[in-house]
Design a protein around this ligand. Structure first.
Ligand SMILES: [Zn+2]
Length: 60
């Protein structure tokens, strides 16, 4: 039943587009096993959900 799965993926893409999100949201850069902020190049722990330096969050 690959047809049903394909339809779900298409609906999910449409959902993201309808809410103003890119299908490939911005994410962390990786550096020396740390997360590197693409905005200020600050290094954060792998568990970080937002940059501790400038407050940037992935997907924005
Ligand atoms: Zn930052």
């Amino acid at each position: 039943m690959s047809k049903a799965q394909s339809t779900d993926d298409e609906l999910f893409d449409e959902f993201l587009s309808a809410n103003g999100h890119e299908t490939e949201p911005a994410g962390w850069d990786e550096s020396y096993n740390k997360k590197q902020c693409p905005e200020c190049s600050g290094l954060n722990d792998q568990a970080a959900t937002a940059c501790s330096v400038c407050g940037w969050q992935p997907g924005r």
